[in-house]
Ligand binder design. Structure first.
Ligand SMILES: Cc1cc2nc3c(=O)[nH]c(=O)nc-3n(C[C@H](O)[C@H](O)[C@H](O)COP(=O)(O)OP(=O)(O)OC[C@H]3O[C@@H](n4cnc5c(N)ncnc54)[C@H](O)[C@@H]3O)c2cc1C
Length: 471
């Protein structure tokens, strides 16, 4: 075997997962991250285990999202908040719930087959419970049940929905599906704790890579007036992937999109557990999809796919023939690198609360919980609806990661593993996994909450409601 030194540029979910996985296989890794902590980029709150939030994507993408989410959940179980998602179609929607059923049936069949292939894939509960339908009569009955402090069954999860949504604003049946929550702060915490314990990983935080040059053998990486030679580069720089492509000099085609989700607090529901609730709607119109994502202690993260909430005019940009790096307008870069102004936080969070209150009337009493969770997301190619992407290898010794959803990282790093085998840097096809004896729940939870505080978010965002899943 040739001994390889690997540089990973960018410590978001793609970079930290590559570092953990490849270091587990014995490779020598240096991880560069320009910020002071890992996984501080765009947010993620939803495990797209079936892609049911995206009616516009193909069945193939949905099946891939299901499979990738199962792999992700097996690799990072401590990141998952085991609560289901409820999908509602507003009465104003062009579609009916029954039109969504063929895809749900297809996904159930796929999930069954994945379990038949490997029983450890059964991480989303019983396949026959992958989704469940609720009529208006079912909800009228559940409305009078006492809500459980530890909901397990689908019916128990539906009680808070039955007690809080306006039945006249949605079509029936409602659909409950086993798409769970994800916690960014717990991923940042757990990955940091693992990486700090690995002897073959050098962590370079607050270190921006400012140049990469091709050498006869390998690459010369420059950062802060220092230079170091590497055999292989993994570009996991998120929406700045194009800058690294420009340094390397490879062809490219991509977009980046700035988006934000808003943090609200609903004081009177501090003790109530909700599933995530999706109110479908046409993206970019005033009726754009509303997403109501619960965290402990009455905090709710909100998306509204309209231009005055999650989306922004000019928020989606493509690269040009002159540079691989799409140029976001300065006001977005200002938000990402410095801060938001208070008025905009108030205005957009209140619009998000109003957007969701159309269906959950008492939610109008919610208040602004903190600054938003936000960031720019990379999308390879020229299809802005693409939801599944992993990695490409545009030149020898260079992997370019461009995930759109976090669940793609395991397929992404397995593809890199295959490349490293081809180059003679690795000789094992084995899959790496995290051994939990090196991770303690109290440590993960405590660092996750500290990261929330350092990044000026409520500590509750570093906690999850339900720790053990697979109902
Ligand atoms: C509002 C919003 C909501 C989202 N919700 C979900 C969701 O619910 N579920 C889901 O699966 N996905 C979601 N996503 C997508 C998800 O956030 C991204 O897919 C994911 O975070 C991308 O991870 P990454 O590691 O590729 O990039 P990033 O997290 O952006 O990481 C890149 C890192 O590289 C560092 N970097 C860049 N250049 C350099 C350099 N030159 N030197 C050193 N470091 C550098 C950056 O500081 C950054 O930390 C959402 C995205 C947005 C915007």
């Amino acid at each position: 075997m040739k001994k390889a030194k690997i540089a990973i540029v960018g410590g978001g979910v793609a970079g930290v997962t590559s570092a953990i996985y490849l270091a587990k296989l014995g490779l020598e890794i240096t991880l560069f991250e320009k910020e002071s902590s890992f996984v501080s980029g765009p947010p993620f709150c939803h495990l797209h285990a079936g892609g049911n939030l995206y009616r516009e994507i193909s069945d193939e993408q949905c099946i891939k999202l299901l499979k990738q989410s199962i792999d992700f959940l097996k690799f990072y179980p401590f990141v998952v908040d085991y609560r289901p998602t409820v999908i509602a179609l507003p009465t104003t929607d062009k579609q009916t719930p029954n039109q969504l059923l063929p895809r749900l049936e297809l996904l159930t069949k796929e999930y069954k087959q994945l379990i038949q292939k490997d029983s450890s894939n059964k991480v989303l509960g019983e396949p026959n419970n992958y989704f469940k339908l609720y009529s208006r009569e079912d909800l009228e009955k559940l409305k009078f049940e006492k809500a459980s402090s530890k909901p397990k069954s689908s019916d128990e999860w539906m009680i808070s929905v039955a007690q809080n949504i306006n039945f006249d604003k949605v079509q029936f049946p409602l659909i409950l599906v086993q798409e769970y929550g994800l916690n960014l702060f717990r991923l940042a915490s757990g990955a940091t704790l693992i990486l700090e314990k690995m002897n073959n990983v050098t962590l370079k935080r607050t270190t921006e890579v400012d140049n990469i040059q091709k050498k006869q053998e390998g690459w010369l990486v420059s950062y802060y007036n220092k230079q170091e030679n590497f055999d292989y580069i993994i570009n996991s720089a998120g929406f700045r992937t194009g800058k690294i492509d420009d340094m390397i000099g490879v062809p490219c085609k991509r977009m980046v999109e700035f988006k934000a989700a808003y943090v609200s607090h609903w004081k009177s529901k501090e003790q109530t557990l909700f599933p995530e609730i999706i109110f479908h709607g046409e993206r970019g119109t005033p009726q754009g999809m509303g997403q109501f994502t619960p965290y402990p202690n009455g905090y709710f993260q909100l998306h509204g796919m309209t231009h005055n909430i999650t989306l922004y005019d000019d928020g989606l940009v493509a690269n040009t023939p002159l540079s691989c790096q799409p140029q976001l307008k300065q006001n977005f870069i200002q938000k990402i690198e410095k801060s938001w102004n208070k008025e905009e936080i108030e205005e957009r969070t209140k619009s998000a609360i109003e957007h969701l209150s159309r269906f959950i009337p008492n939610f109008s009493e919610a208040t602004v919980g903190s600054k938003p969770l936000f960031g720019a997301q990379q999308i390879p190619g020229d299809d802005p609806t693409l939801r599944v992407a992993e990695v490409s290898f545009p030149t020898k010794g260079y992997a370019r990661c461009e995930i759109v959803k976090v669940s793609s990282v395991i397929d992404m790093v397995r593809a890199i593993q295959k490349e490293l085998i081809k180059l003679g840097y690795l000789n094992t096809n084995n899959e790496a996994s995290i051994s939990f004896d090196i991770l303690r729940e109290e440590e993960i939870s405590s660092l996750a909450q500290t990261l929330c505080e350092q990044r000026e978010y409520p500590r509750s965002l570093g906690c999850r409601n339900i720790k053990n899943g697979g109902n």
